[in-house]
Structure formats: structure tokens, C-alpha cells
Design a protein around this ligand. Structure first.
Ligand SMILES: Cc1ncc(COP(=O)(O)O)c(C=O)c1O
Length: 358
């Protein structure tokens, strides 16, 4: 039973088959191949608008490079303090931007609001003594398994656009957000004001490869140079193209995410029945955060369950010493039986505790 991340699972068979099919013969290198070009065109179709799309290898590279198109080294990017770009990428955004400041704000459920952004912007009053606010980065689905709705995205855009700031979305779990909200890729991005999206695939069925998708064409100017300089123009790009095409073909990406989200819901619903466990955040995508007695956590680990001990700062601050916060991530390939076995372990432990208490 492995709930450590959605990237602990392998590659979807259809994507693996596409990789094998791409392996025949020769193809132009560095993105000049048909598959890469078809994948870029397919992204425009999926987003129902003209886009500039660039394939890269990792989500970290996608984020850093996308942010570098928004902010120079003297700029500032505002995000949630628990955003991946702020706390999990070893300063890659600072590196790619040449030193932009990543300003992390607190916010319930991993989300920042126009109110907190505005309050922060009011603090930038000293001209060149402060970094220049250049953009906001939001993650959808968030690091805490919640989602920003299109209207929440729009509200942020409406605040920052008049200030000349751009909006980036970290979509490492974009598919989970789209299906969680029953919305469309277009509605959740450019129609709500997103200027550039890091479009993830590797957590949801691909082997490797993400796309930086620009809706603001001006921002894409010179991006080809940024990607090359960042070591992200892949010589055998046909394999990235093949994966992206297979990922999008027939809505495989949405079907995968739907399955992962449904399993997360099933897990969360099951946990809610066990009164010694509380689910910490709304489960709106494919992650479940739960607070449980440390003893139960130890029992689960001893039974071979894998997951990370991780909890949002606001919930962790209210936990008892005897409690552990855990993050459970569901994927397109998590066996349904694993969810049920996990719940059976939790419920079994709960029944034992009740029995002992008698
Ligand atoms: C929200 C979010 N953004 C970006 C990334 C980075 O992706 P990668 O591991 O491909 O660099 C991750 C990976 O965990 C993530 O969870």
C-alpha cells in the first residue's frame, strides 16, 4: 500500500505503448519532430485557444522557467508559503529568474486570497529598495489537495493585472483540479486570467515530461532561449511529444485524474467514520491530509503502509503531541483494494481501541 505520492506509480500502458511506437526509425532532434509539434498543437486544441507550448522534463524546471518569463532578478513573485515553488524546489525559481524573491503568504487550505495579496503589495512602498512585484503563482490543485475555482483565480487576476503583474499556475496536478471542479482546461486558465501554466503529466500517467503553456504570447518571447539555456531542450524530444500526445488523446489525462480523485474521496469518506482520525482539509482532488493518533500511525507503518508524515502549518500548530499528520496521495494506478485494505486497518485499530477501553 503506497500513498506516498502519485509519482510512485509507473507509466500508463497507453503512454508506454506510445513511447514504444515512437522508437522506430529516425526523427529530427531538438523538437523538430512531428510528435513534439503535434503535441504542442494538441495542447492548443485542449485549451481551445492559440497557445505557445514548450515541453520540458520536470515540474521544477517548468515552474522555474515559467517564472523567469514573468520576473527578472529584481522582481518578486507572490505565492502560498507552502507552495512547491516556495518550499520544495531548492531555490530553482530564484535560480531561473536570476534572483527574484519568492514571497510566501499564509492562507487556509493552501490558497492565497486577493485580500492577503493586496495587503502584502501595500508593503512594497520603497521603490527600488524592495523587489518589484511581478507576478503571483498559484498551485492548482494545491499542495494541500484543495482547488482554486475559476472565480477565485479571476479575483486574483483582477487584483494584480492593473499593477502589471502576471499570473502563473503550477499545474503539476492540473488534471485533478479540472475534474475536481468539473470545469474545462480553458475555463480554469486563460478564461480566468492565467498567463502561463506549468502543465504536469508525470504524476498522472506519464514517465517524464511537462509543458510550459503560455496564454500570454508576449511572455513567450525568447522562451525558446530560456529553455535552451536552462538545459531543458531535449534532443530526443519525440519521446516527450509521444507521451504528451498519448496523455491527452481520448482524454486519458482526465480519466486518470477522475479515478485518482474518486479514490481520494473514498479514502476520506472511510476515514471520517473512524472517530480517532480527522481529515484536515477539504478533499477536492487526489490528496487526503489526516491527523491520527501517533500509535495508529506506527501500527500502519508496521503493517507496511507507505505515506509521508506531512501536515499544513496551520493544522500542525493545533495538533496534540500524541498526534501525527499524514498525507495520502491517490493516483491513476492505485489499486482500489489498497484503499479498502488501508481503511480496514484503520477501522480494525479503532475497534481494538474501543474494545480495550471497555
Ligand atoms: C505542486 C507541485 N509542483 C511542482 C512539482 C515538481 O515536479 P517535479 O518533481 O517533476 O520537478 C511537484 C512535485 O512534487 C509538485 O507537487
Amino acid at each position: 500500500m503506497n500513498f506516498a505520492s502519485d509519482n510512485v506509480y509507473g507509466v500508463h500502458p497507453k503512454i508506454l505503448a506510445a513511447l514504444a511506437a515512437a522508437n522506430d526509425g529516425t526523427a529530427p532532434s531538438y523538437g523538430g519532430d512531428d510528435l513534439t509539434q503535434a503535441a504542442e498543437a494538441k495542447l492548443a486544441e485542449v485549451f481551445e485557444t492559440e497557445v505557445k507550448a514548450y515541453l520540458v522534463t520536470t515540474g521544477t524546471a517548468a515552474n522555474g522557467l515559467a517564472l523567469s518569463a514573468i520576473a527578472p532578478g529584481y522582481g518578486a513573485i507572490i505565492c502560498h508559503s507552502e507552495a512547491h515553488v516556495s518550499s520544495d524546489e531548492c531555490n530553482a525559481p530564484e535560480f531561473f529568474t536570476g534572483g527574484a524573491k519568492i514571497v510566501g503568504l499564509s492562507g487556509e487550505g493552501g490558497k492565497i486570497t486577493p485580500a492577503t495579496i493586496e495587503k502584502t503589495l501595500k508593503g512594497f512602498i520603497r521603490g527600488e529598495h524592495d523587489p518589484k512585484p511581478k507576478g503571483v503563482s498559484i498551485t492548482n490543485a494545491t499542495e494541500l489537495g484543495t482547488v482554486y475555482t475559476p472565480s477565485e483565480v479571476r479575483a486574483i487576476k483582477e487584483l494584480i493585472a492593473p499593477r502589471g503583474m502576471k499570473l502563473h499556475m503550477d499545474g503539476a496536478r492540473f488534471a485533478n483540479a479540472v475534474v475536481g471542479l468539473s470545469t474545462t482546461p480553458a475555463e480554469l486558465t486563460w478564461k480566468s486570467g492565467v498567463d502561463v501554466l506549468s502543465f504536469g503529466t508525470s504524476k498522472n500517467g506519464a514517465m517524464v515530461g511537462e509543458a510550459v503553456v503560455f496564454f500570454d504570447m508576449g511572455l513567450a518571447e525568447d522562451f525558446a532561449y530560456r529553455r535552451m539555456r536552462g538545459g531543458q531542450l531535449v534532443a530526443k524530444s519525440r519521446y516527450l511529444g509521444a507521451q504528451m500526445l498519448a496523455y491527452l488523446e481520448g482524454d486519458l489525462w482526465l480519466d486518470n485524474a477522475r479515478r485518482a480523485n474518486a479514490l481520494a474521496q473514498r479514502l476520506a469518506d472511510g476515514l471520517k467514520i473512524a472517530s480517532q482520525v480527522r481529515v484536515a482539509h477539504d478533499v477536492q482532488a487526489n490528496e487526503v491530509f489526516a491527523v491520527m493518533p501517533r500509535q495508529l500511525h506506527q501500527q500502519l507503518v508496521a503493517q507496511g503502509v507507505s505515506y509521508h508524515q506531512r501536515m499544513s502549518a496551520d493544522v500542525a500548530g493545533q495538533m496534540k503531541d500524541s498526534e501525527t499528520g499524514v498525507r495520502l496521495v491517490l493516483s491513476f494506478a492505485t489499486p482500489e483494494a489498497d484503499v479498502d485494505r488501508f481503511l480496514a486497518l484503520v477501522h480494525g485499530a479503532w475497534m481494538e481501541t474501543r474494545h480495550d477501553a471497555r
